[in-house]
Every structure is written in C-alpha cells, then in structure tokens.
Design a protein. Structure first.
Length: 233
C-alpha cells in the first residue's frame, strides 16, 4: 500500500508538471488564452479581411503608409506604441481622422510573457491615455508585442474588458521579406474573417498595391478590427 501511495503521488506530480507545460506552451500560441476575450480570426461567411499594422507611428514612413491606404480606399487598424505616440501625436491623430482604427500595442514594446502585473498595467493604461489625448473616441483593443502572453497579461486584459487581437496571417515583413513574397503569402493564406499582421515598414508599403489588388480580385472587402468583430455577433 505504501508503494501504491508513493506511485500515486509521483503520478500527480507528473500530471501537474505536464499540465503546467501544456498551459505554458499553449498560452504562447494565437489560438489559446487562459482568460479573457481574444481573437486571431473570425468565422465569416462574407469575404472580409482586416489589415493591421504594428509598432507605429514611425514618422514619414507611417504617413506614407496612411496616404497609400487612403489612396487605395482601405481602412486598417493601427496598433500603436505609447512612446511613438508621444513622439508623433499629430500623425497619430491624422490616422484616426483618416478613418483608420487605433489600438494599443503597449508603451515600451517589450515582451509581456513574464509575470509583472504592475508593469503590464502601466503599459496598457499609459498608452490608452495617449491615444485618448489625440481625441480618439473609438474602442481601444490590445495586442501584446510579438503576441507574447502567458497568464498575468490575459487576466489584466480581462479585468479591463479588452479584447486581445492576434492574427492568423503573417507575411513576416519584420524579417525584411521581399514585397512580392509578402503578397504571395497573404493571397495564399487569407480566409474569410482573417486578420493580417503587418508593420510600418518600407517593404510593407511597397507590397500594399499588389496585396490590395490581389485580395479584391478574390472578392475580399477590407474592414477594421472593430468592424470585423461586429460581424461575429
């Protein structure tokens, strides 16, 4: 009996470690989160897609990106960084005045998969405050830098009733991917209800005309993240 009890205790420890490993690994993916609302795409019958841009605003490059989107008649969602807003408040304001959606991408753009609740809280509320200071009235969703999360961040987002917006299509523009390769990836991977991860970069700017033309040829309509989420309710 003594050995059976010891064996049972060992099995409990193994199960506990296994569960912890699973939750730790799964929490880093785009299709699992321990708490709160999150989305990486929606199941849509209509051909809609949301283009999202991270890490801005980045001065003249972001302005060119905004102007190109406006020329193409595409409304996108910009996940802006607090310290960048502070540097370019007018450009941030011009983004939403052009009809684009603003969302929170933290203040310092540091990974948020450690357990620092007070730091995470400040990252969120300080960036929200800067977005509001530009006059923006819309809902403010959130995306963690690099999408990294674990346990504390989802709980904080849940307490603030914020949706964590991730993605299902990633053409990896941050690696300096060639524009034509980016376009190919997006056209192959996008499904109805997809969220595309992009950044304020030169290769992204160069890829936009062909990307938009190609998606429109497939029958897709471009929406902001908020418009996309409303389609699943």
């Amino acid at each position: 009996m003594r050995y059976r009890g010891l064996l049972f205790a060992v099995l409990l420890v193994i199960a506990g470690v296994g569960n912890w490993y699973w939750f730790s690994h799964a929490s880093q993916t785009n299709n699992f989160q321990i708490a709160g609302e999150f989305v990486h795409r929606i199941d849509a019958t209509e051909k809609v897609v949301a283009l999202t841009f991270d890490d801005g605003p980045r001065g003249p490059l972001s302005r060119l990106l905004m102007e190109e989107l406006n020329r193409l008649g595409v409304k996108a969602t910009f996940f802006v960084v607090g310290r960048q807003i502070k540097q370019y408040p007018k450009l941030t304001r011009d983004l939403w005045l052009s009809g684009h959606q603003l969302a929170n991408h933290s203040y310092h753009h540091q990974p948020m998969n450690t357990e620092r609740p007070w730091f995470f809280y400040q990252e969120i509320i300080n960036t929200d405050a800067l977005i509001r200071k530009t006059g923006y009235k819309g809902i403010i969703h959130f995306r963690a830098p690099m999408g990294k999360k674990r346990f504390v961040l989802p709980l904080l987002l849940s307490m603030q009733e914020k949706t964590h917006v991730l993605w299902d299509v990633n053409p990896r523009d941050y690696l300096g991917t060639a524009p034509e390769k980016m376009v190919q990836t997006v056209l192959e991977k996008v499904k109805p209800g997809s969220i595309v991860l992009l950044h304020d970069r030169e290769n992204t700017l160069a890829s936009l005309p062909a990307m938009v033309k190609g998606l429109r040829a497939k029958g897709y309509r471009f929406v902001t993240v908020d418009e996309l989420l409303k389609l699943q309710r």
